[in-house]
Design a protein around this ligand. Structure first.
Ligand SMILES: *Cc1c(COP(=O)(O)O)cnc(C)c1O
Length: 218
């Protein structure tokens, strides 16, 4: 595994960061990735994250990458590093509320629906724009929107994946210039997984979320 991590790191351009997706994997294996130098770990379920978090070092940065229910936000608000899966006003409100309670500003990404599949969560571009135009959202002090996340269609069709990532990058650039021109912190474009990260990087990803290519299949 260490060799896989080293090989992967060597492929990533300097502007691209790596979140190692640890879902289903035990703490002992995650600890090996930590010892190989990784600090950013991604889980898609709150329950699993809160079980693992106390058993790993404090300098781990935990990324919540899967769908988040409002009633679960309180469990991760005290420590989560970034929430990649913001997909409604309701969840934004709750993250802001729990961020305030925890005395933190929580970093988050708007998850945008880019795939031609029925099953993926996320906002449409129009819904994302509505959120950003919402006065309540603009007043939120305990959540900081750092960028966008998207998942391409699960397919062998590389042209389709490429066009979906290209679309997300264009939308990201549009939001940056129209809503976040003065916010240097709007600088994260989370796209790319084990099967498609090379395409994602070519299309402008700044953060890849990789599980299988590091830890093997689940
Ligand atoms: C599981 C998961 C990944 C990692 O997938 P791999 O194909 O194992 O690299 C990335 N992002 C999300 C949202 C996931 O749920």
């Amino acid at each position: 595994m260490k060799r896989r991590i080293v090989n992967l790191m060597a492929q990533l351009p300097p502007q691209v960061s790596l979140v190692a997706v640890t879902k289903t994997h035990p703490v002992s294996l995650i600890m090996q990735a930590y010892e190989a130098g990784l600090r950013d770990f991604g889980e898609n379920r709150v329950q699993e994250m809160i079980e693992k978090q106390p058993n790993l070092p404090d300098d781990v940065r935990w990324h919540l990458i899967g769908h988040l229910q409002t009633n679960k936000v309180k469990y991760i608000a005290p420590f989560v590093h970034m929430i990649h899966s913001i997909d409604s006003l309701k969840i934004l409100k709750e993250i802001n509320k729990q961020g305030a309670k925890a005395g933190r500003i929580i970093d988050g990404l708007l998850q945008i629906y880019i795939a031609s599949e029925e099953t993926k969560f996320g906002l449409s571009p129009d819904e994302a724009i509505q959120l950003l135009n919402n006065e309540n959202v603009q007043q939120m002090k305990n959540i900081r929107i750092r960028g966008l996340m998207g998942m391409a269609t699960f397919t062998e069709n590389e042209a389709l994946i490429k066009s979906e990532f290209k679309f997300l990058k264009q939308f990201y650039d549009k939001l940056k210039s129209e809503y976040f021109r003065d916010a240097d912190s709007f600088n994260v474009l989370s796209m790319g997984m084990s099967g498609d990260y090379q395409i994602a990087i070519a299309e402008g990803s700044t953060l890849v979320r990789i599980g299988t290519a590091i830890f093997g299949s689940r």
